[in-house]
Ligand binder design. Structure first.
Ligand code: AP5
Ligand code: MG
Length: 210
């Protein structure tokens, strides 16, 4: 199965990807996670894009397309994958077509902008296994320690209110148009992302298995 998860920042793409990749035994490929990893390890790529990501702007198409090309060529993507946060522009979507990647479904998780600030300012991420939590909606049973691996939970640098507003602006200007792009190909499936996490998963699974 090859899926794309679309949605505004904080819509719940990472949360659903974490559940779906376990259910279907496929890999999640998150360009955001790959980029943050390279920033944390201080690679050339990381140093180049650090300021961009912290302002909530998009990294250039050339760079992310190169990241995806390399990542999808790895063995763990052979049985399928979930793309979380890619493509984010029409140019990126066309690059995926050029690579010959045949997507089965595009899952759009729909959440109004108004809920996003609350979601992202309460988000916590595991500093080791990258599991996602929310201090109110989806807390770790161990407070600021990850339930899954015991590492410390941290906040993302781009989850400051001003940066969130910019990320939302960029989403509406550059990424939202992908819904029409994939609807025209008959691949788009929309889901109400304001429901409980488990209900959204249930709806997605039902639609994928139809
Ligand atoms: P990326 O890491 O992809 O961030 P994003 O798209 O802004 O999305 P988020 O990860 O913030 O949100 P999410 O939808 O995964 O929500 P989550 O599940 O965590 O990209 C970061 C940056 O990298 C970009 O700004 C850009 O600079 C760069 N980048 C990445 N890809 C790129 C590309 N292709 N091209 C160019 N640049 C690129 O949930 C959020 C919170 O809500 C959590 O706390 C969660 O617990 C909670 N929550 C989840 N679901 C629910 C629910 N149903 N009800 C209540 N709370 C919920
Ligand atoms: Mg995410």
């Amino acid at each position: 199965m090859k899926l794309i998860l679309l949605g505004a920042p904080g819509a719940g793409k990472g949360t659903q990807a974490e559940i779906l990749c376990e259910k279907y035994n496929i890999t999640t490929v998150s360009t955001g996670a790959i980029i943050r990893e390279s920033i944390n390890s201080g690679t050339d790529l990381g140093n180049k894009v650090k300021a961009i990501i912290e302002k909530g702007q998009l990294v250039s198409d050339d760079i992310v397309i190169e990241i995806i090309k390399e990542r999808l060529s790895k063995d763990d993507c052979k049985n399928g994958f979930i793309l979380d946060g890619f493509p984010r522009t029409i140019a990126q979507a066309k690059a995926l077509d050029t690579l010959g990647v045949e997507i089965d479904s595009v899952v759009s998780i729909e959440v109004e902008d108004e809920s996003i600030i609350e979601r992202l300012s309460g988000r916590r991420e595991c500093s080791s296994c990258r599991a996602t939590y929310h201090v109110v909606n989806n807390p770790s049973a161990k407070g600021d320690i990850c339930d899954k691996c015991g590492a410390k939970l941290i906040m993302r640098k781009d989850d400051e209110p001003e940066t969130i507003a910019n990320r939302l602006k960029v989403y509406h200007a550059e990424t939202e148009v992908l819904k029409n792009f994939y609807d025209a190909k008959g691949l788009l499936k929309k889901f109400d992302g304001t429901q409980d996490i488990s209900k959204i998963t249930e709806d997605i699974v039902k639609a994928l298995e139809k």
